[in-house]
Ligand binder design. Structure first.
Ligand SMILES: Cc1cc2nc3c(=O)[nH]c(=O)nc-3n(C[C@H](O)[C@H](O)[C@H](O)COP(=O)(O)OP(=O)(O)OC[C@H]3O[C@@H](n4cnc5c(N)ncnc54)[C@H](O)[C@@H]3O)c2cc1C
Length: 398
């Protein structure tokens, strides 16, 4: 094993990258190898993401994970590294019934110091003249929320990893695992080639179940298809909606969620529309494509009544990927399974939590119980384990 890697990370999505980065931050003398089956970093679900972030969660665990990551991303950008981070805010449009259901979670968030404002209807319609309010009772305006560019963020992590001696091998698919005589995972197989390593870290996102099955293990994570649709907003009423002033420094509409759950994500001269439908059955498609029917039947009828500016407008392009859903509590997991470290199950919030998850996975690697997140707060590493799990229910679900 002389000269072989001290650790192998499988998957160069945002979670594998953040983990590699924080392991090398802890010890840059380590020989770290990242194996990725695609031709570059972050090209799977990370690239397909809406890449929105928020700190508005009722669960303190979710809040810690996202706040720590946001603080780190803001610091990276403040150092002059462009990662497309824009604090646009989030705007949840709520009916009276939804507002009533969210009373307790919102009170809990206010007590925890989350920065948000409740915009009553007159104020909401004054700020958002393109809105036809219908049954909307108020807007919840999350301030420490926004969007970023996941490709630029991956590029940053990749460069930093390489500058600390981390090695990437792209176009290399892990097809199996090596075990030592005690049965612990001690390396990987790439086709006929065996690569031993004392630690293997599995960060294969929606393919976590498929990867672990190659070690005879089960993952409590399932892939679920998710779709996004881009509509140009270069002129007319859609441009006026996109360029709604007064919410942020960019004079752009915040990331906006309408009562049925569909969302509008501002992008350059366009909107990206999505809907993480609860009734989506688990399943992994090889080449997922966005479905016109999904847009016409599930998204358009939700959005048009509130924003008539979308009437008669069709998506110019669309794409689809998968969430990696941890069905038990929709919160990520970081644990050791038969010697390997597993990081995943982020359930659609992997960009906004990635840096914290990377720190927690690195802490697992170094055998630490506590880790400091990007905002300076400490986090109990075992809280995201499968056995000693300490994850409260998330109640801010709309
Ligand atoms: C449509 C959509 C919208 C989303 N919107 C948001 C959002 O607004 N905010 C947010 O925070 N999150 C969002 N997400 C979720 C976010 O994209 C994911 O949580 C995040 O990208 C997960 O990162 P990952 O590294 O685990 O997965 P991936 O980026 O998928 O990386 C896993 C990598 O493992 C590689 N791999 C798999 N198997 C093997 C193998 N056997 N050998 C070698 N390599 C392998 C894959 O090629 C891939 O590159 C969205 C996701 C989708 C699909």
């Amino acid at each position: 094993m002389a000269g072989g890697p001290d650790a192998i990370i499988i998957g160069a999505g945002i979670l594998g990258l953040a983990t590699a980065y924080h392991i090398l931050q802890g010890n840059c003398a380590l020989n770290l190898l990242i194996l990725e089956r695609l031709k570059g970093p972050g090209r799977a679900n990370t690239a397909k993401s809406a890449a929105a972030y928020r700190d508005m969660f009722s669960s303190p665990v979710n809040r810690h994970l996202s706040r720590g990551s946001i603080a780190f991303y803001e610091e990276v950008q403040a150092q002059g590294v462009p990662i497309g981070l824009k604090r646009l805010g989030y705007l949840w449009l709520l009916t009276a019934a939804q507002r009533e259901r969210q009373r307790q979670p919102l009170n809990a968030m206010a007590r925890a110091g989350v920065k948000f404002a409740i915009l009553e209807l007159p104020e909401l319609t004054r700020r958002l003249p393109e809105l036809r309010p219908g049954d909307i009772s108020a807007g919840i305006w999350g301030r420490n929320c926004g969007i970023l560019n996941p490709n630029q963020l991956c590029g940053y992590y990749e460069r930093e990893i390489q500058s600390r001696g981390g090695r990437f091998e792209y176009g290399r698919e892990v097809t199996g695992f090596l075990r030592d005589p005690s049965g612990r995972i001690r390396g990987v197989r790439v086709g006929d080639h065996e690569i031993p390593a004392p630690t293997v870290i599995v960060a294969t996102g929606a393919w976590l179940g498929q990867t672990l099955a190659r070690a005879g293990l089960e993952a409590p994570v399932v892939p679920r298809k998710r779709q996004l649709f881009a509509i140009s907003a270069r002129e007319g009423p859609l441009r006026r909606l996109l360029e709604t002033p007064g919410f942020n420094d960019y004079n752009l509409l915040p990331f906006t969620i309408i009562p049925g759950g569909a969302y509008l994500r501002p992008a350059p001269a366009s909107f990206i529309l999505g809907f993480a439908n609860e009734d989506q059955p688990p399943g992994l498609e090889d080449q997922p494509v966005a479905e016109e029917d999904f847009f016409e039947n599930r998204i358009r009828p939700q959005i048009e009544p509130y924003f008539p500016a979308f009437q008669g407008r069709a998506p110019e392009y669309a794409w689809a990927g998968h969430y990696a859903d941890h069905l038990a509590d929709r919160t990520p997991l970081v644990d050791r399974l038969e010697g390997a470290i597993v990081v995943g199950g982020d359930s659609g919030s992997g960009i906004m939590k990635a840096d914290s998850l990377g720190r927690i996975a690195a802490a697992r690697f170094f055998g630490k119980d506590q880790v400091e997140l990007g905002d300076g707060e400490n986090f109990q590493v075992t809280a995201l384990g499968l056995r000693e799990r300490a994850v409260p229910q998330e109640d801010f679900v709309i």
